[in-house]
Design a binder for this molecule. Structure first.
Ligand code: NAD
Length: 501
C-alpha cells in the first residue's frame, strides 16, 4: 500500500503480526524526500519469509553528491548554532524515537529478523545515543594552559570536524545509525548517512522522526543504495568531506581506509570481531551460562560483539557445556514478529551457508556436535542453534566471525593458556570472562588484547561507555564522552605571557 504524505512517498510495511504505516521509501536530501535521480528502486525483504516488504529508492552516485552538496551547504550555519539548539533537536528526536518504540521495533524485526523483544531493546539502546549526545552537546569544553617555560598561554578550543559520511551495517539498523548521527550533530557536523541495503527502512523512519523534530535542511541526509561502492567513492574522494565513519566488516573497512588515505580523511572504524569467551573453574555456573547465552544468541548471533570462541577450563567444562546445551535446546525458533520467538532467521542464504560450512569444517576436523548442526526446514533463512565441543586447532570457526547461532567450545588447562588462546586472533573488539576471582579479572583486563571486556556479564553495549576495538577491529570509540571527540578538532591559540612587561 502506497500513500503520499508530508514525507513524500511513504508506505505501510507489514506482515501477519505487525504493521507500520508512513515509512518513507525515498532519499532525504536537503530537507526533502525525493525519488532517486534515475527513478530506480530496490526491494527490501523479510528474512523470515523472503517476501518483499517495500521498494526503496536506489540512490545513484549523482544523488550521493547531491546529498554531500546539501550537507556542505548546511555545515557553517549548523556549526554556528547554539549548543542548546543542537541539544534540543537531539532531545526531541530521542522523545520521538521512544514514542515510536513499537513502530521502530516492528520495522527492525520485519527487515532484519530479530525477535520483537530484542528489537524493543535496540530502540531503547539506540535511542540512548540521542539522549546522551543531547547532553554532551552542551558540555563541549576547551582548555587554558601555561607553556613549560611560563612565557606563554594557550587557549585550546574545539571545532566541529565538518561534513560527515556515515556508512552503517544491517545487524543493528537503529543503534548503528544513532551512534554516529547523535555525536556528529551534537558536535556541529552535518551528515550524509548510507544505511545497509538489506535494512534501510529503520534508518529512513529515523530520519523522518528527525524531520518531525525540526531538523534544519541539509543537516542530515540519507541515501540508500544497492551500489555502495559506486555511491561512496566520489563522496569519499571529495575534499569537502571531512570525516568518514564506518561500521561493518573488516575487509570493507580496510578498503575504505585506503580510499580515505588519498585526502588524509579523518576516520572512525567499527569493524569485525572474533570475541573470546573464557569460563574459569571458579566461575559461578548459573551466571556464566546465563551471560554466555546473551553474549552468543543476542541478535541471532549476528553481532560484532557475539561470543565467537568459547574457551572453558577443564574443571567446569562438562557442567558448563551440559547447562548451556539445555538452554540452547530451549530456544524457540520462529519469525521475529511472533511474540514467543527467541531465535529468529539469519539475514540471508549466504549467512546460513556460512554457518553450515563452519560447522561442517569443525566436525570434519574432530569437533563433537552436541546439538543443532543443521538448517531448519521451513521458509526463510534459519539455522538451528548449535553447540560444538572439543573444537580443534586449525578449524575455520576459530578464525572466522561466525555471525550465527553456533557455540564453539575449546577446553583449556591454565589461565596462561586461556589468555594465549583468547589473544590468538587478528581481532580485538570484545572479550568475555567468567570468574569469581577479582584479581584474575584484573589480570585479564590488563592482558587480553581487546577494546572491551565483559566480566561476569553478557552484554556491554551502553551509550555512556566507550565502544570500540583494537587490532583489526577498528579505530576510534563510539558513545561516552570519547564519542563526541571523534567529531571535534582541537585548535590551539598561543598568546604571550600576560604578565610580561
Ligand atoms: P559490510 O562491510 O558488508 O557492510 C557494511 C556497510 O558497508 C553496508 O552499508 C554496505 O552497503 C557498505 N559497503 C559494502 N561495501 C562497500 C564499499 N565497497 N564501499 C562503501 N560501502 C560499502 O558489513 P555487514 O555485513 O553489513 O555487517 C556485518 C559486519 O559488521 C560484521 O563484520 C560485524 O562484526 C561488523 N559490525 C561491527 C560493529 C562494531 O561496532 N565494531 C557493529 C556492527 C557490525
Amino acid at each position: 500500500m502506497t500513500d503520499t504524505t508530508t514525507t513524500g512517498t511513504a508506505t505501510t510495511v507489514a506482515d501477519e503480526n505487525v504493521s507500520v504505516a508512513g515509512v518513507p521509501t525515498g532519499l532525504f536530501i536537503g530537507g526533502a524526500w525525493r525519488a532517486a535521480s534515475g527513478g530506480a528502486t530496490f526491494p527490501v525483504r523479510d528474512p523470515s519469509t523472503g517476501e518483499v516488504l517495500a521498494e526503496v529508492a536506489d540512490a545513484t552516485p549523482e544523488d550521493g553528491m547531491a546529498a554531500l552538496d546539501a550537507a556542505v551547504a548546511a555545515q557553517d550555519a549548523w556549526a554556528a548554532t547554539a549548543p542548546r539548539e543542537r541539544s534540543d533537536l537531539l532531545r526531541r528526536a530521542f522523545d520521538l524515537v521512544r514514542a515510536h518504540e513499537d513502530d521502530l521495533a516492528a520495522l527492525m524485526t520485519l527487515e532484519m529478523g530479530k525477535p520483537l523483544a530484542e528489537a524493543r531493546g535496540e530502540v531503547v539502546y539506540g535511542g540512548e545515543f540521542l539522549r546522551w549526545f543531547s547532553e554532551e552537546a552542551v558540555r563541549i569544553g576547551g582548555d587554558y594552559r601555561t607553556n613549560p617555560e611560563g612565557t606563554g598561554r594557550a587557549i585550546v578550543l574545539k571545532r566541529p570536524v565538518g561534513p560527515v559520511y556515515a556508512i552503517t551495517p544491517w545487524n543493528f539498523p537503529l543503534a548503528m545509525a544513532t551512534r554516529k548521527i547523535g555525536p556528529a550533530l551534537a558536535a556541529g557536523c552535518t551528515v550524509v548517512v548510507k544505511p545497509a541495503e538489506l535494512t534501510p527502512l529503520t534508518t529512513l523512519f529515523l530520519v523522518e522522526l528527525f524531520r518531525r523534530a525540526g531538523l534544519p535542511d541539509g543537516v542530515l541526509n540519507v541515501v540508500p543504495s544497492l551500489d555502495a561502492k559506486g555511491l561512496s567513492e566520489p563522496i569519499i574522494a571529495d575534499r569537502r568531506l571531512r570525516k568518514l565513519t564506518f561500521t561493518g566488516s573488516t575487509p570493507v573497512g580496510s578498503a575504505l581506509l585506503k580510499q580515505a588515505a588519498d585526502n588524509v580523511l579523518k576516520t572512525s572504524m567499527e569493524l569485525g570481531g572474533n570475541a573470546p569467551l573464557l569460563v574459569f573453574d571458579d566461575a559461578d555456573l548459573d551466571t556464566a551460562v546465563t551471560a554466555a547465552m546473551l553474549a552468543k544468541f543476542r541478535n541471532v548471533g549476528e553481532a560484532c560483539t557475539a561470543a565467537n570462541r568459547f574457551f572453558v577450563q577443564e574443571g567446569i567444562a562438562d557442567a558448563f557445556t551440559a547447562a548451556l546445551t539445555a538452554k540452547v535446546d530451549a530456544l524457540r525458533i520462529g519469525r521475529g514478529s511472533e511474540e514467543d520467538t527467541t531465535l529468529g532467521p539469519l539475514i540471508d542464504d549466504r549467512a546460513v551457508d556460512k554457518a553450515a560450512r563452519l560447522v561442517d569444517d569443525a566436525v570434519s576436523r574432530g569437533a563433537r556436535l552436541v546439538t543443532g548442526g543443521r538448517r531448519v526446514d521451513r521458509p526463510g533463512t534459519y539455522y538451528a542453534p548449535t553447540v560444538l565441543d572439543d573444537v580443534q586447532p586449525g578449524s575455520d570457526i576459530l578464525t572466522t566471525e561466525i555471525f550465527g547461532p553456533v557455540v564453539s567450545i575449546t577446553r583449556f588447562a591454565t589461565e596462561e593458556e586461556g589468555i594465549r588462546l583468547a589473544n590468538d586472533t587478528e581481532f580485538g573488539l570484545i572479550a568475555y570472562a567468567y570468574t569469581s576471582d577479582f584479581a584474575r579479572g584484573q589480570r585479564l583486563a590488563e592482558r587480553l588484547e581487546t577494546g572491551m571486556l565483559g566480566l561476569n556479564t553478557g552484554v556491554v553495549s551502553n551509550a555512556a561507555f566507550p565502544f570500540g576495538g583494537v587490532k583489526s577491529s577498528g579505530l576510534g570509540r563510539e558513545g561516552a564522552h570519547e564519542g563526541i571527540e571523534e567529531y571535534l578538532e582541537s585548535v590551539y591559540v598561543l598568546t604571550p605571557d600576560p604578565f610580561a612587561a
